[in-house]
Design a protein around this ligand. Structure first.
Ligand code: FE2
Length: 450
C-alpha cells in the first residue's frame, strides 16, 4: 500500500470540462504526483520510459487511432496500471475497450456530473488504497499554487508546508485578499499552498465555477443567458448583497443546466421559456437559484453538488406550467386559486410531480433536486401543497430551497427596495422561524443584517 501511495498518476486530457475540478480534488486528497499529458501518443512515450505509474485517468472522447493505441499499449503490457475513464459513454464503439472493466479489476469510470466524493472514492480504490483508512484524518489540503492564483478570489487562511507536520499561515482570512501579493509565491519554488477544510470547500466551489465558465466558452453558449441582461434580477441580487463569487457560480451552473436541456427535443419549449428571461417563470427560476446558493453557502452547505442540486431545482421547479399566472399561485386557500377552473386547479396541485417527471432522464437530475422540486410549495404550518407536510417532515435542504423559492416570488411581486425586503422578512418571521426551518431562516435573516 505504501508503495502505491508513492506512485504517480498520469492524467491524459485533450479537452475535458472537468479537468480542473478533478485535478484539484485529487491533489488536495492524495500525495501521489500527478503528471499531465494531452494525448495518447504522449502517454505511450511516458509509460515506455517510466514504470512508476499506478493509475491513469483519461478523458475518453478519443476518435482517432493514435488515442486508442494508448489503451492497446497498456493491454500489451498486461494491464498492470489501472485506468479511470472520465467519460465512458462511447466505449461500446471501440473494440480496444470491449473488456475494459475486466482487463484490470481496478478499472473504473466517472459519470457526469462528477462529484467530489466520487473522485475521492474511485481514485482511492483504483490506487488499491483503503477508503475508510484514508478518510477524515487530514487537517490541511494541498492546492496547486498556479491554479489557485488564477482561480481564487475569496478570503481564506492560506498555509505553506515547512515539514511533514509543520505548516505556517502566510495569508489570514480576515485580511483583504490580495492576488498580487499572493502571486509572489509563484517565483519562490513553491508548488503548493495548503488550505483548511473550510478553505477547500470555498475554493472547490470557485474551481467548479471556473470550469463551468470555461465549458460555457467552449460550447459557445449564447451569453445573453447571463443574468446581467435581466435588469430586474440584477437589481434584486444587488439589493440582497449576494457576493460576486456566488453570482458567478450560480450563473455558470444555470447556463450549464440549460445546456443539458438545449438539445433535448422534449424540453425545447422549456429552454425557450427559461431563456427569454422576461416572464415570471424564468425570472423566478433564476432568482431562486441565486438566493438558494447564497443561503446554502451561508449555512456552510455550499459544496458543488449541493449548489448544483439547488440550481437545478430552482430552474426547473415550475417547468410543467407554461402559464406564468399558474406558476404565481402560492396559496391554494387564496381567492385567486378558488376562482380558476377545476382543470387549472388540478394542474397547479400536480405541477410539482409533473415537473420532476419531465426531468427523469436528464443526467444531472439527482435525489436532492427531485425532493426540492416536489416540496417547493410545502409550508412549515402544514398549509402548503400538494401534501401539506409539517415543518419537521420537510428535509433541511428543502427548507433552504422553499425559503429561496418563496422569497424570490415575493421579491418579484412586491419589489426589492429595503422597505419591501423588510416587510417580506417580517411576514416570513411568522411562518418560517420554527422546526426544520429554524436554522435556514436564522441564516436567511443574517443575509440582510450583517
Ligand atoms: Fe411551483
Amino acid at each position: 500500500m505504501g508503495l502505491l501511495k508513492s506512485k504517480k498518476i498520469l492524467f491524459i486530457d485533450n479537452f475535458c470540462f472537468d479537468r480542473d475540478i478533478i485535478l484539484t480534488v485529487i491533489e488536495s486528497q492524495f500525495e501521489n504526483q500527478i503528471v499531465e499529458v494531452d494525448s495518447g501518443e504522449e502517454a505511450i512515450k511516458i509509460l515506455t520510459n517510466d514504470s512508476e505509474f499506478a493509475l491513469i485517468i483519461c478523458d475518453f472522447g478519443f476518435s482517432d487511432a493514435g488515442e486508442n493505441a494508448f489503451y492497446s499499449f497498456l493491454k500489451k503490457q498486461g494491464n498492470k496500471v489501472s485506468v479511470i475513464l472520465i467519460n465512458n459513454s462511447d466505449i461500446g464503439n471501440y473494440s480496444e475497450f470491449s473488456n475494459f472493466y475486466k482487463d484490470n479489476a481496478l478499472n473504473d469510470s466517472f459519470s457526469r456530473p462528477i462529484m467530489e466524493r466520487d473522485i475521492i472514492d474511485k481514485v482511492t480504490l483504483a490506487l488499491g488504497l483503503n477508503v475508510s483508512a484514508e478518510a477524515g484524518a487530514k487537517k490541511y489540503f494541498k492546492v496547486n499554487i498556479a491554479r489557485f492564483i488564477e482561480v481564487n478570489s475569496n478570503k481564506m487562511d492560506i498555509f505553506i508546508k515547512l515539514s511533514e507536520d509543520k505548516f505556517i499561515k502566510v495569508v489570514d482570512k480576515n485580511n483583504e485578499y490580495d492576488k498580487g501579493a499572493i502571486a509572489k509565491y509563484l517565483n519562490r519554488n513553491i508548488t503548493f499552498f495548503y488550505l483548511t477544510n473550510e478553505g477547500l470547500v470555498s475554493y472547490l466551489a470557485q474551481v467548479a465555477a471556473y470550469s463551468a465558465a470555461g465549458a460555457i466558452g467552449q460550447l459557445d453558449i449564447d451569453m445573453d443567458l447571463q443574468l446581467t441582461s435581466v435588469e430586474q434580477i440584477h437589481e434584486c441580487v444587488q439589493a440582497l448583497g449576494i457576493n460576486e463569487s456566488t453570482v458567478k457560480l450560480a450563473t455558470s451552473v444555470v447556463a450549464l443546466a440549460l445546456v443539458t436541456i438545449e438539445s433535448n427535443k422534449k424540453l425545447e419549449y422549456v429552454y425557450k421559456l427559461l431563456k427569454s428571461g422576461t416572464n415570471y417563470i424564468s425570472l423566478h427560476a433564476q432568482l431562486t437559484s441565486y438566493i438558494a446558493c447564497s443561503l446554502a453557502s451561508k449555512m456552510e452547505w455550499g459544496t458543488t453538488p449541493v449548489l448544483n442540486s439547488l440550481t437545478f431545482a430552482a430552474l426547473f421547479q415550475n417547468i410543467s406550467l407554461s402559464n406564468s399566472k399558474h406558476a404565481m399561485i402560492q396559496n391554494i386557500d387564496s381567492d385567486t386559486f378558488k376562482n380558476i377552473s377545476e382543470d387549472e386547479q388540478r394542474l397547479i396541485r400536480n405541477h410539482v410531480f409533473k415537473s420532476v417527471e419531465m426531468l427523469q432522464d436528464l443526467p444531472k437530475f439527482n435525489e436532492d433536486a427531485h425532493k426540492a422540486i416536489i416540496n417547493h410549495h410545502e409550508r412549515p404550518n402544514g398549509k402548503g401543497f400538494p401534501r401539506g407536510l409539517m415543518a419537521a417532515q420537510i428535509p433541511p435542504l428543502c427548507c433552504v430551497f422553499i425559503l429561496a423559492s418563496q422569497f424570490a416570488h415575493e421579491l418579484i411581486v412586491r419589489g426589492s427596495s429595503r422597505d419591501k425586503i423588510q416587510s417580506i422578512i417580517n411576514d416570513f418571521e411568522k411562518i418560517y422561524s420554527h422546526g426544520n426551518f429554524d436554522r435556514p431562516f436564522y441564516e436567511f435573516k443574517k443575509m440582510f443584517y450583517e
